[in-house]
Design a protein around this ligand. Structure first.
Ligand code: ATP
Ligand code: MG
Length: 426
């Protein structure tokens, strides 16, 4: 194939076969979020570059090297969204949504980051994001975690994910802590990898998040962030841990868990799996109590999380818990001779009127009858309906039930009853 017309590196097509599992996951996500009264919100894919720079932080990986930014025709810098929280906050401020009682939102869509593509890491990927505004006690932290836990249960992956939590305190707490961390790490600078060396001078906290085993060894001796956490964050965290136990949600306290975006504070969490190699986080979130105000809104506490859909799909596939054998076609209609085409179309429309959830296919391909029947059998349809001159004259249809391996001659109303019974429709 011509190299020029391949998709861009790290950006993939989502093909129909794979989308079955996607749809299955999306249905569960939407059902569960709705059951907690979250409302859907749809946001632009492009935003002004400056809102990401300000909110995510200038010296984060995302802003430093992962954003797809370019100038529009007027020379304004715009960016393909690398995440959804910032756009969501911009929207709720702009549309004045904060005075409403129910301030829980979800969105699903593509995000873009210029990263090194590998399994579970792409340049275009889908996130389900959820954001809650205006609730400031740890009860909502708990509910958000319970909600995500329910998602994994519904998907049948709950025994393959583990919750890690931490409290990262306030900006001031982290500022004080960073000074001590840098002091400690400088003593070991020669043992750090290139990435960590760079971060030592740009964003030292991110070193805690390093996936490099040698760096992790050094970090075992590092000062602890928990010692710097303000009293209100640490009380909140203690209460949250107690409530998680009371609700039988297992968690691991990870004192090195920090988030890659500047706007987080206090409670942070990630759901990880050991089935996906180093791309092991399927869901990540936390509180961001100062972002709304920093972006020009009134002071509003907030918490949110984002789920990487590709990683959920990979996990579900690796566990082989999803049967892909969903019938693509339920009823396959074959007409013999062009003069019977309109009967076939009419019949298919009547079936769709009566049973809108069935998948009805009319074969318009110019093939002989044997080939058409062969195609119908290969399509794994349950029922084939044959419409020929003879049958039309006599007013019946030839109906083959491929599962029963039986053939019927049925009048129209008998055919409809047969369909209803076969597919157990009301
Ligand atoms: P990581 O440490 O894996 O880079 P992150 O901290 O950058 O993750 P977030 O910005 O918190 O990730 O995004 C939330 C979730 O979105 C991640 O936990 C992951 O499941 C998914 N995700 C993030 N980046 C990518 C990507 N490039 N490709 C696929 N999924 C991604
Ligand atoms: Mg990342």
């Amino acid at each position: 194939m011509n190299k020029e017309i391949k998709s861009i590196r790290g950006m993939h097509d989502y093909l129909p076969k794979e989308l079955k599992i996607w749809n299955h996951i999306e249905v569960i996500l939407k059902e569960v979020l709705t059951s907690y009264c979250y409302l859907e919100i749809r946001l632009p894919i492009l935003e002004k570059t400056e809102i990401f720079q300000r909110a995510i932080g200038d010296i984060t990986d995302i802003v430093e090297k992962e954003m797809y930014s370019f100038n529009d025709r007027k020379g304004n810098s715009i960016t393909l969204r690398p995440e959804g929280t910032v756009g969501c906050v911009r929207s709720i401020i702009q549309n004045n949504l904060l005075h409403k009682q129910n301030n829980k939102f979800w969105y699903l869509g593509p995000m873009f980051r210029y990263e090194r593509p590998q399994k579970g890491r792409y340049r275009q990927f889908f996130q389900l994001g959820a954001e809650v505004f205006g609730l400031d006690t740890e009860d909502i932290d708990l509910e958000v975690i319970i909600l995500t836990n329910r998602l994994w249960k519904r998907m049948g992956i709950d025994s393959h994910v583990i919750l890690e939590i931490n409290s990262i305190g306030s900006k001031i707490d982290r500022f004080q802590y960073t000074k001590e961390l840098v002091c400690f790490l400088k003593k070991h600078e020669h043992l750090l990898d290139q990435d960590c060396k760079r971060r030592l001078y740009t964003n030292p906290l991110r070193i805690l998040d390093s996936k490099n085993k040698d760096v992790q060894k050094i970090l075992k001796e590092a000062p602890l962030l928990s010692k710097y956490i303000d009293i209100s964050s640490s009380n909140r965290f203690k209460n949250l841990c107690q409530m998680l136990c009371a609700h039988r949600i297992k968690y691991k306290y990870n004192s090195n868990l920090i988030r890659g975006l500047d706007y987080y504070n206090s409670t942070v969490f990630e759901w990880k799996t050991n089935k996906l190699g180093s791309q092991n986080t399927v869901c990540a979130g936390g509180r961001y109590d100062s972002l709304v105000q920093a972006m020009g809104g009134k002071k509003t506490s907030a918490i949110g999380f984002a789920i990487g859909i590709e990683r959920l799909v990979l996990l579900t596939k690796s566990l082989k818990i999803f049967s892909e054998e969903i019938e693509e076609i339920n009823i396959y209609i074959i007409f013999i001779g062009d003069n019977n085409k309109h009967y076939a179309i009419n019949l298919s429309e009547e079936i769709r009127d009566l049973y809108p959830n069935l998948k009805t296919f009319v074969n318009f391909i110019n093939q002989n009858l044997r080939k058409k029947i062969k195609n119908a059998i290969n399509s794994s349809a349950r029922i084939i309906i044959l419409i020929g001159d003879h049958e039309m004259k006599k007013g019946f249809f030839v109906v083959k039930d491929l599962k029963e391996e039986k053939e019927y001659h049925l009048l129209k109303h008998e055919l409809m009853i047969k369909i209803q019974k076969t597919f157990q429709l009301k």
